[in-house]
Structures are given as structure tokens and as C-alpha cells.
Design a protein around this ligand. Structure first.
Ligand code: PAF
Length: 286
């Protein structure tokens, strides 16, 4: 297991594997690895000959400088966890490696895919930052496949769009959301929740469950959404959004089609997101 900090060193380390026709898998992360990331590393391990984990807190996707400053940075632990989960290489560049002096190119995804929901709340620069850094990571590693977590559902839609539009030859794989035993979706930001806010945060997964149960019980979209809002209100949480949309287009959900349910809310000092997909034939999947 090696850690490399430059694109040149990364390419040099991967060259013999590529020359031998080995399959390369990439798990892009911003570090502070938890079980959600590690499940992606294990999935990549099972599918690939060489597994690269990138650890880079990407400044261009943060709309809030305080959030960027407070984002946990735990590289030594990340390297150990990635190795134990089966990674072969950690790519942990400094910001100047990916954004050198004079950097002036952005990959911008336009329209509702990037401008609704997270894009509307965090500003359109958020997904420009994600699209740009993911494109750069895919160019640097040139993997056969890259793994992303389902919890960042809109990010997955945006990344798929970028890959299709730019013709990047990579398979995008999505791993399921990993939850603590009480239902809280794992997130690197959870460490900043105090005990009381951590308990309040459970209302997000309960709200998704309420929406899911309502849809499963035959409720229409507005009634199902109301069920979720009621659950959030039990903890005094007024979400930034609770949306029921089409999983591919992010357009309003339609009867008879899978429904992507997304919620974002501030709980104490932390902004949390969570999501579930409800399919007409398997309504109880959370
Ligand atoms: O999901 C994340 O951790 C980040 O958005 C990603 C994909 C690593 C890009 O910085």
C-alpha cells in the first residue's frame, strides 16, 4: 500500500498494471473514511486487480468556507482503513496539484440535474466543483470503474451525466447507503453532531421511512411527502428540501415509476442529507 501525492507518481505507479491489462478501480473520497466508504473499497476490491482510493477535500465544491475549514481531515487513519479494506494505492494530492496556479477550466453541468435540490441550496458552483474534480480524478487514474455512494444521489446523477457527455470510458458503480444500527446514514460530518443533535438527526431516516411506507400504502406523492414532513417536525426540523423525484431525471415523481426521495436539513451545526429509492414492486427498501 502506497500513498502518492502527484498525478505523475500516480500514473507511474499504475503504468505496469495497465500495461499488464489489469482492471483498475477508483473510489473517490474526501477522506474521514467510514464504513460507507469502506464498503465501496471492498466492492472495488472484489471487482478490480488494483484499487485506488483518492483522498482529497475538494475546495471548489464547498459553498461555505466554515464547512470546508471544519471538514474532518484524518489522513493517517484513512490510509490505514483503506489498506485494511483492500486498497492498493491512496492518491492524496495537495490542492495545488489539482488546481495549479492559473487554473481556469471548469466542468459545468447545466440545467435541473445540477441546479435543483443540492444545487439550489448550495449554489451551482457546488456541482461544478464536483464535476470538475471527478473529471480530473478520472483523467488521472483512468480507471475501468469508479464507485460512488447512493446517499449522494444527485451527485451520482451528475457524475453519470458528465461521463456520458464527455465520453469518459469508465463504468460508474453505486454502493448502497450504509447506516448506523439506529438508521442514521453514515457521513463524515456526523462526528460534528453532539449527542442531542445526533438523536434529532434520526428524524431524517424516519422521515424517509414514513414517505416509503406512505407510498407503499398507496398514498399519492403530496400525501407521502406530508408524512415525511410530519416526522421531521417531531424533532422541530424544517428541511431545506424533502423531494420526491424521478431517479434519472430529478423531475417530479410520476405514478408507477421508481421514486427517489431526498431530504436535506440542518441539525445543529451540521447539514445532513439522506435518500432512499422506492420502487413500485419493492416499496420497503430503507
Ligand atoms: O462524495 C464525495 O466525497 C465527493 O463529492 C467526491 C465525489 C469525492 C468529489 O470530491
Amino acid at each position: 500500500m502506497r500513498t502518492v501525492r502527484t498525478v505523475a507518481a500516480l500514473r507511474e505507479a499504475l503504468a505496469p498494471h495497465r500495461a499488464a491489462g489489469q482492471r483498475i478501480g477508483l473510489v473517490p473520497t474526501m477522506g474521514a473514511l467510514h464504513e460507507g466508504h469502506l464498503s465501496l473499497v471492498r466492492a472495488a476490491r472484489a471487482d478490480s486487480d488494483v484499487v485506488v482510493v483518492s483522498v482529497f477535500v475538494n475546495p471548489t465544491q464547498f459553498d461555505d468556507p466554515n464547512d470546508l475549514a471544519a471538514y474532518p481531515r484524518t489522513e493517517a487513519a484513512d490510509v490505514a482503513l483503506a489498506a485494511a479494506a483492500g486498497a492498493d494505492l491512496v492518491f492524496a494530492p495537495e490542492p495545488a496539484e489539482l488546481y495549479p496556479r492559473g487554473y481556469a477550466t471548469t466542468v459545468a453541468v447545466t440545467g435541473p440535474l445540477a441546479e435543483s435540490l443540492e444545487g439550489a441550496q448550495r449554489g451551482r458552483a457546488h456541482f461544478d466543483g464536483v464535476a470538475t474534480v471527478v473529471t480530473k480524478l478520472l483523467l488521472a487514474v483512468a480507471p475501468d470503474a469508479a464507485w460512488f455512494g447512493a446517499k449522494d444521489a444527485q451527485q451520482v446523477v451528475v457524475v453519470r451525466r458528465v461521463v456520458a457527455d464527455l465520453g469518459i470510458p469508465v463504468r460508474i458503480e453505486v454502493g448502497p447507503t450504509v447506516r448506523d444500527a439506529d438508521g442514521l446514514a453514515m457521513s463524515s460530518r456526523n462526528v460534528r453532531l453532539g449527542p442531542a443533535d445526533r438523536t434529532r438527526a434520526l428524524a431524517l431516516s424516519r422521515a424517509l421511512r414514513a414517505v416509503q411506507d406512505a407510498l407503499g400504502g398507496g398514498a399519492d406523492v403530496p400525501a407521502a411527502r406530508d408524512a415525511g414532513l410530519t416526522e421531521l417536525a417531531t424533532e422541530g426540523i424544517d428541511p431545506e428540501y424533502l423531494a420526491l423525484v424521478d431517479p434519472d431525471t430529478l423531475e417530479p415523481a410520476e405514478p408507477g415509476r421508481p421514486v427517489l426521495v431526498l431530504v436535506a436539513a440542518r441539525v445543529g451545526p451540521v447539514r445532513l442529507i439522506d435518500t432512499v429509492t422506492v420502487t413500485p414492486d419493492a416499496p420497503g427498501a430503507l
